[in-house]
Design a protein around this ligand. Structure first.
Ligand SMILES: [Zn+2]
Ligand SMILES: [Zn+2]
Length: 274
């Protein structure tokens, strides 16, 4: 049975393949009660489905976003329950999206320099929302028959060390954390299994981190337990989600990770401590 809580999903507002209303509908079919559309640097998906809330009364939409932080403490920072209309937050997210655009342009140029057929307009045609990402480039490469899957595009061209990799310009983790808190939200370290050392976690907590994504598809039972222990040690809310990007993206299914419903109350309690 799918989890009743999925706080980490993506839509076409960033690099997901389902549009926000289709995702909401799917969540409703799966009886998901709390859904976070945590698009990269964008709240457009969340905002676009607010008018549909009455049609899906059983699904509560949690304001959410995912910010990629670069620099020494590179990681992804999720934000929850912030004020979506907060002007500074929205201004900064728009600036991060601009940085994404220049990075994507540079990567496409690098791919072209390798003699591979792709053009930037073709990539842009795949961007349905306002936040471009590497998966859009991957999809254009797939369309051109250069690769078979998004993963292959990452392995050959787009990942760190790939032939067309360009480092992203992005805020530092401390900046992302501060931004989310200043908009009244809870900053949470996303998928700590990917690139996060224990040292990094200590630094992030000093910067104001308030949560850690303990429940995640890539986390084994023992890894989840480890993150739950770290959550306790640092007084962090343990959140979770599937990181669903849409069907046939090579990623996991919506609601595939068991996330306790108590997470919602814990996030709200954390918010009262801001
Ligand atoms: Zn992420
Ligand atoms: Zn994500």
């Amino acid at each position: 049975m799918p989890s009743r809580v999925d706080l980490h999903t993506h839509t076409t507002a960033s690099d997901g393949t389902l549009d926000p209303s289709a995702l909401l509908e799917k969540a409703s079919e799966l009886s998901i009660q709390y859904l976070g559309m945590a698009d990269h640097d964008s709240t457009a998906g969340y905002e676009s489905v607010l008018p549909l809330a009455a049609r899906f009364p059983a699904v509560r939409l949690v304001p959410a976003v995912e910010i990629n932080a670069e620099g020494e403490n590179a990681c992804h920072v999720l934000g929850y329950f912030f004020d979506v209309g907060h002007p500074v937050l929205q201004k900064e997210l728009a600036r991060y999206r601009e940085m994404r655009l220049s990075r994507a342009r540079a990567m496409v140029q690098k791919i072209r320099d390798l003699g591979v057929a792709i053009d930037f307009d073709q990539v842009m045609a795949r961007v349905k929302g306002d936040s471009i990402g590497r998966p859009h480039i991957a999809d254009a490469l797939r369309e051109n028959g250069v690769v078979r899957t998004r993963q292959e595009a990452f392995d050959r061209f787009l990942k760190k060390g790939g032939a067309a990799y360009v480092p992203g310009e992005a805020p530092s983790a401390a900046e992302a954390i501060r931004l989310i808190r200043s908009a009244g939200g809870i900053p949470v370290l996303a998928h700590p299994c990917y690139d996060t050392s224990d040292d990094l976690l200590g630094g992030l907590v000093e910067s104001g981190l308030m949560g850690i994504e303990a429940y995640y598809p890539e986390h084994s039972r023992s890894l989840t337990r480890r993150y739950l222990e770290l959550a306790e040690r640092y007084h962090l809310v343990a959140t979770g989600g599937s990181d669903f990007h849409g069907p046939r993206t090579g990623r996991t299914a919506l609601g595939c990770v068991d996330v306790p419903e108590s997470v919602i109350a814990s996030l709200q309690q954390a918010q009262s401590r801001l």
